[in-house]
Design a protein around this ligand. Structure first.
Ligand code: SF4
Ligand code: FES
Length: 249
């Protein structure tokens, strides 16, 4: 069992200044997940009549992208290619001090404690992250359209982005380019995505800029910290798509 000191960002609401608060926690099993460890802390806080720490979570298996925690200065914690909910306490040592903070970016305002508002990502998706299919009864089976294996694989890789926002949180400019480029690429590589390709990239990039995300300066922190291993290659593809759409527009 481990004894830890947790230093957790507490912020009552969006307008509260917020501060780091220390919480000693004992009896932590190395087999607990990071979120289970926070559950134990919250149970203790509730029993003492204190406010539990608010944090986002849903699937707890690396799919939904909601568990946005900055742990010891890294998005999703010290391990690579996993989300915070897939992190286990065996990645830490007895006696460790662990800093737990929310994503920090202007376009992700803090709602409460460790929860941030990521609806800016939803609005980018709504601007073009979809295809329109005629479902009037004569819809063509998608599997009837031949697609090169390499493109199918790259489209699938791009589609594994879970919209967690770790790329934004790790970027010194709070750029959303990795996220947006994954969402553009998953369609740009497939024939089904071609109909709306021009509008898609122009509208999604426009929305990204309006939401207040920063510019990409090719540092690459996003790719390193992305739990799904989304490649920087997608940003290059989105830039090509954007250039060719601008010339057509
Ligand atoms: S690109 Fe990676 S880090 Fe960014 S939102 Fe998608 S899964 Fe998360
Ligand atoms: S809780 Fe769903 S990805 Fe972590």
């Amino acid at each position: 069992m481990m004894n830890l000191t947790l230093k957790i960002w507490r912020q009552k609401n969006a307008s509260d200044k917020g501060q780091i608060v220390d919480y000693p926690l004992s009896g932590v099993s190395p087999d607990m997940s990071f979120l289970e460890m926070l559950d134990v802390l919250n149970q203790e806080l509730i029993e003492k009549g204190e406010q539990p720490v608010a944090f986002d979570h849903d699937c707890r298996e690396g799919i939904c992208g909601t568990c946005s925690l900055y742990i010891n200065g890294r998005a999703h914690g010290p391990e690579t290619k996993i989300t915070a909910c897939q992190l286990h306490m065996r990645s830490f040592k007895d006696g460790d001090t662990i800093y737990i903070e929310p994503w920090r970016a202007e376009a992700f305002p803090v709602v409460k404690d460790l929860i941030v508002d990521r609806t800016s990502f939803d609005r980018i998706q709504q601007a073009g992250g979809f295809i329109s299919v005629n479902t009037s009864g004569n819809t063509q089976d998608a599997n009837a359209i031949p697609i090169e294996k390499e493109n199918a694989d790259k489209a699938f890789d791009a589609a594994t982005c879970i919209g967690c926002g770790a790329c934004v949180a790790s970027c010194k400019n709070s750029s959303a380019m990795l996220f947006v480029s994954a969402k553009v690429s998953q369609f740009a590589l497939l024939p089904q995505g071609q109909v709306e390709a021009t509008d898609r990239v122009l509208n999604m990039v426009k929305q990204m800029d309006e939401e207040g995300f920063g510019n990409c300066t090719n540092t690459g922190a996003c790719e390193v910290e992305c739990p799904k291993g989304i490649s920087l290659e997608n940003i290059a593809r989105m830039n090509r798509e954007y250039l060719s759409a601008s010339l057509k527009g």
